[in-house]
Write a protein that binds this ligand. Structure first.
Ligand code: PMP
Length: 296
């Protein structure tokens, strides 16, 4: 359960009980998926402080996503960050997931929103994709075509595609899906970006058909620091199936290794992979351990 009788969330300028907060069934977001959201994690750092990881980057992406689809967001990045810390503090949360949602008032037309509601909720959430290596299935669903959707924006409606891909993979006995783009290149998971390792180099799909993940950008920064070459390019599914290792990364998933893709099992043991090094570096970074120099 995401909330209890005590949980408090932010809703349009007020901190209210989650159990009492109400929305309108005639909302344009409810009917058409026309809403923007973010997924953000807060960590209790080694110094014992609560730190929202990459808060500015997430709220900047939220503003950019809202602009991309014409939903007004009447808060600055700084205000959104302050509200988020307040939500964490009012709920006594330290290691938590924050879910801001920008959604629209009643409107059954297909015109863009003139006003919007903002809610920010938080809850304790463990590793989203678990801790075990993943058995991944190439989905029969493609990522949305960038000529049909603003794929760089985190729009609620896009996630119907993610739900279908994830469900298909689970129905076939896999842990998670990998979606290709409209041209047949590797794109991303339903809620995470993908990297693979070949001969000491990391490969990841270039921007254009994917959500520009904040964890993806962080992993690239960490790899640069560790002297690991990263190639952002169009990646074929065939190249992925000759890789040494692979992993997903995302705010909720963090860095999580793959066991296999379809019938292909990655030959490098996870603990010897580049992904494993980056998984450790990422954990250190979010917890603000001194070994890292990349700033949150
Ligand atoms: N791709 C998709 C489709 C996602 O939903 C997410 C999660 N937001 C990601 C990638 C990873 O993005 P981030 O690292 O910013 O969480």
């Amino acid at each position: 359960m995401y909330y209890s009788e005590q949980t408090v969330l932010f809703f349009d300028g007020q901190y209210v009980k989650a159990a009492d907060a109400k929305t309108d069934l005639y909302s344009q977001s409810m009917h058409y998926g026309y809403a923007i959201f973010e997924g953000i994690r807060a960590y209790e750092t080694v110094a014992g402080e609560v730190a929202i990881f990459k808060a500015e980057a997430h709220y900047q992406r939220m503003k950019d996503s809202a602009d991309a689809v014409g939903i007004p967001l009447a808060y600055t990045v700084e205000e959104l960050i302050n509200i988020s810390y307040e939500v964490l503090s009012r709920n006594g949360l330290k290691n938590a997931y924050l879910r801001p949602l920008l959604f629209c008032p009643p409107n059954m037309s297909l015109q863009k929103a003139k006003a919007a509601h903002l809610m920010i909720a938080a809850w304790e959430w463990g590793a989203y994709l678990g801790e075990q290596l993943l058995r991944v299935m190439t989905s029969s669903f493609q990522r949305p075509n960038p000529k049909a959707f603003k794929v760089h924006a985190k729009v609620s409606g896009h996630y119907v595609n993610s739900i279908m891909a994830c469900q298909e993979a689970k129905d076939h006995g896999y842990d998670e899906a990998l979606l290709l783009d409209a041209n047949g290149f590797v794109a991303e998971g339903p809620g995470a970006n993908v990297f693979f390792e070949k001969d000491g180099q990391l490969f990841t799909p270039a921007l254009g058909n994917i959500l520009p993940g904040i964890t993806r950008a962080t992993v690239i920064e960490l790899a640069n620091e560790l002297g690991i070459p990263v190639v952002e390019t169009a990646c074929t599914p065939e190249a992925l199936k000759q890789a040494d290792s692979a992993f997903f990364c995302g705010t909720a998933a963090e860095v999580i290794g793959w066991k296999s893709i379809d019938e292909y099992v990655f030959p490098t043991p996870w603990h010897q992979s580049i992904g494993y090094q980056l998984q450790k570096a990422y954990k250190d970074l979010v917890l603000e351990k001194q070994s890292n120099t990349v700033q949150a």
